[in-house]
Design a protein around this ligand. Structure first.
Ligand code: GLU
Length: 398
């Protein structure tokens, strides 16, 4: 029997997680796969944060249900962080802590969208945006930035995409999957468009804030007149190497924070108490370890850029944040190794998994079918070996 809902039938599986599962499957069979598919820091959570969690256990105070939106002192620390580091004046009441930034985005979509509402999605986009919009009954409207414009959407494109059904706009900066970073001027120009339209909320996904090589992180909500219509998504996973702890959070207009609290109260209740205490340690400590990790990502970016540029037919931009490359590999479409023909980016990913034992994610899942995503949150040795194997496997296609 299989009587799953239409909702599930119609929903795309998370391409990032599916590829990670495939890599694990291959590894379990003894095939030595280098996994560059999942965007997951290869660092351990810094020790002082681990100690914060241990101390919280020893305190014997954090084993019961926390308040749905998170402990008051953790929300206050997040409010302080927003004010101090981002000039975002969200109060602690405007903060909701969730089980990862993914749940934060899901909450926002469920809290905002009625059937038929449109959400403008800057494309390439992170895989789960469109699925979460659709689950909430909304319609994603993709606006595409191409590799020639560093994958960035322009104000003119945004204006053309807005209709009377537009309820929200979502983007990430630094961007997963392209690594592009919006400057303050670029966000200001986009904000000018948004301000011309009432009742549109911006969902600014800033989860890669701490992995930014431009030296300046800009927040949409910090632009004049935008705070009341911006929900800022952030979390602990990327900047603090805490993916498994599952702590994401938002700062939002109060009405939206309350709505997210309401939906989370029915879906999951609060985020894990001990994980929240670990997050408190991270948010109230020196950011040195996060900056050290970012420096290492920057070093690897240089290495990966050099290695990818050395492969014929692979076109890259220079990412200025996050830890991904999103190369255009369309010059390989239509080619074959004599056995399999590469028709698209998904075929190429499968070809590279089978022939180079490297797992990557197809760009189709991120809105650009000419590209593949490579995460360089991996050791230098793995990156060198993976790209050597990719180059060799690609050279067999003609
Ligand atoms: N955000 C990461 C990625 O894009 C983690 C995987 C996921 O949750 O999709 O790879």
């Amino acid at each position: 029997m299989n009587i799953v809902s239409d909702r599930i039938k119609n929903m795309a599986e998370s391409a990032t997680l599916a590829m990670a599962a495939k890599a694990r499957e291959y590894k379990a069979k003894g095939i030595e796969v280098i996994s560059l598919s999942l965007g997951e820091p290869d660092f351990k959570t810094p020790l002082h944060i681990q100690e914060g969690a241990k101390a919280a256990i020893d305190e014997q105070k954090y084993f019961a249900y926390p308040p749905v939106n998170g402990y008051a002192d953790v929300r206050q620390a997040i409010s302080d962080k927003f004010n101090r580091e981002n000039s975002l004046n969200y109060s602690a009441d405007q903060v909701v802590i969730s089980n990862g930034a993914k749940q934060s985005i899901a909450n926002v979509m469920m809290a905002l969208l009625n059937k038929g509402d449109e959400v403008v999605v800057f494309s390439p986009f992170w895989v789960s945006y469109t699925a979460l919009i659709e689950i909430a009954g909304g319609t994603p409207v993709l606006v595409k930035g191409g590799i020639e414009s560093d994958f960035k959407v322009t104000p003119e494109q945004l204006e053309a995409a807005i209709t009377d059904k537009t309820k929200a706009i979502i983007y990430s900066s630094p961007c997963n999957p392209t690594g592009s970073v919006f400057t303050k001027d670029e966000l200001t120009a986009l904000a000018e468009v948004i301000k011309r339209h009432d009742n549109i909320v911006v969902i600014a996904d800033e989860i890669y804030e701490l992995i930014n090589f431009t030296g300046a992180h800009a927040s949409m909500g910090a632009i004049d007149g935008m705070l009341d219509r911006t929900v800022t998504i952030n979390g602990m996973a990327k900047g603090f190497a805490m993916t498994g702890w599952r702590v994401g959070y938002i700062g939002a207009p109060l009405w939206l924070a309350k709505a997210c609290n309401k939906i989370q109260g029915q879906f999951t209740s609060a985020n894990c108490g001990i994980a929240q205490r670990a997050a408190l340690t991270a948010l109230t400590s020196d950011l040195g370890p996060s900056h050290e990790m970012a420096k290492e990502y920057l070093r690897r970016r240089g290495l990966v850029k050099e290695l990818l540029d050395d492969i014929p037919g692979v076109k890259t931009n220079l990412p200025t944040g996050a830890f991904y490359f999103f190369p255009d590999v369309s010059s390989y479409f239509g080619k074959s190794d004599g056995e399999s023909t590469i028709n698209n980016a998904s075929d190429l990913c499968m070809y590279l998994l089978d022939n180079a034992q490297v797992s990557l994610v197809t760009g189709e899942a991120f809105g650009d079918a000419n590209c593949i995503r490579l995460s360089y949150a991996a050791s230098e040795a793995d990156l060198r070996e993976a790209i050597r194997r990719i180059k060799e496997a690609l050279s067999k296609l003609s």
